[in-house]
Unconditional design. Sequence first.
Length: 629
Amino acid sequence: MVVTLIPLISLFVSCFITMMGFGLIGLVLPVRMGWAGLDTSTIGLVLAMYAVGMLIGGIYSRKLIARVGHIRMFAACASLGAISVLAFSLTDNTWMWALFRTILGFCSACTFAAIDGWLSDEASDTNRGKILAISQITVMSAMFVSQFMINLAPINTPTLFVISGILFCSGLIPLVMSRRKGPEVHETTSMSVITLFTKSPLGVISCFSSGLLYGALMNMLPLFASHQQITGFMLSLFMAAAVMGSFVLQFPIGILSDRFDRRTVLFFLLILNMVSTIFIPIAAQYKLETVMMVTTGIANGIFTCLYPLSISETFDRVQKSDMAAAMGGLLIVYALGNIVGPLGASYVMQHFGDVSLFGFLIFTQLALLGFVIYRMRAREALPIHVQESFVMHTEAGSALYDLDPRIPQDDSQTPDNLETQVAATIAEQSPAAAVRMAIEIAQTAPEKAAELCTRLAQIDDIEVGRLYSAIVQAAPELSQDIADALASNAPEQTAELVAWLSDHRPDKLQDIVLAIANQYPQEDDEPIDDELEFPEPDEELEEEPMRPADLEAYQESAAELVAHYVENHPKDAVKIAAAVVENVPEAASDIVEILHDAEQIDNQELTSDIQQHQAENDSSESEVDKTHH
């Protein structure tokens, strides 16, 4: 672990210094605008523009990084952030301040994206979670320290803006002086908010509420404090307590989330937090500083934990392959909440006084609590042992999701798709039927043909050359892709394919051999057999049980596959159904229904096989439940 972290020290140092700049300016702005006498709604509008910039940056950051690289992106954001911070001291125009605040939000999102991608590229499956934790500690430590830097100069002078600009520029030095090159950028897509809400309503609403509550409290709390004559070092302690709570409470809440139903944990957290929120203005009024700081830390800590709780709740309901896309959608939802929070809170404070900030927070929590109760009644809770684990994500580091150990990082490790598994099962009994299925898939789903052909080529009873010929005859445009796939993933069959081509298709031989040759490394001609290490049988990883969301999607895919063959290839439908049930016994009842409707289930042996698989599956599920209960 130490060996892994040493090359990342320069990145962590740059991150720490830059985050101090963001933290300082985030506290200076509301205090400075309050000192200048701006009305509360205007202050809320300016502060909300940070989330607007964060939303824009979240959408475009990866495209920009792909164009210029991680180091240049980090340097550009630090420079642009420094320019924006220094420009605050040159004008008092509110609209210009809103523009500068938007630029800061954009720089924040792009900076986190650059840090996230770099750390993710350096991390492995074994240390990904630890590196994520260290990065979060770095960010939160910087935010904590920055709350005290407001005491370095009077709020009515430009000095604090200059100090913040210096921090942005200083954060560049360790990174740009490093010899390390930035990693490659992997394109990701975001799941639409509507799709996310369909899969996990509570995850989306909790994420939106987290952004709203955190944005309202952390943006408007300095203004409330200044009106309560909480200034100077006491203001720093007040805000630092909020930052500390957002970090410390991650640990106990994470433990509770992993040991109990997540919605029940959320229910009690909201009740506890409404009590804490009520006590903040009371403690401030009676000058109970310790009570005020503790309740503020609890309130902000729970607001912060709503975000990772919403991620875990959403991950429970989406396929593993969709986790990264879901995370991108949640970032958009969070940013939208972060926009609404300061706007709504400032409007309420403008019309009903500073204390109404906490009424706004309590009302929002009550609404979320009602939705939690509704979802608890609308959908049955998942068993504790199949819930996704809680992973720390702080609001300041909300863009750091490439490091999340739950998100798959290597597509090469994904299991065979359902069609490939079914075809392999059929091939053991009837190679001809498996080849016919491969031809059908090549015509209807060509993107799956190469993987299917590679898998079938590894079966002894199937002749690689004839398999290749049959598929290429049905879909000639796939000839190159299939040859490439065979060379990459089934090299032991390459000689057989070349021999068959020389005998039966010499016209294709030269092109295919060139394609195969391009699949092998060119830099090292030394034999590598002696360098290969294979794990001992007892070292091989055990297959993990399928996640509920993945299993549900798999069952739907299985039913659709059988329905397709019942409609288009009724002669092969029974064999396909039997193979599907063998691979996905959980789909047995749906498949029986499809075959009944199509009057295809007159085969008593098949019926008994399906029923046997279904009984075995029910038995295994009950055993798993007994084990975990």
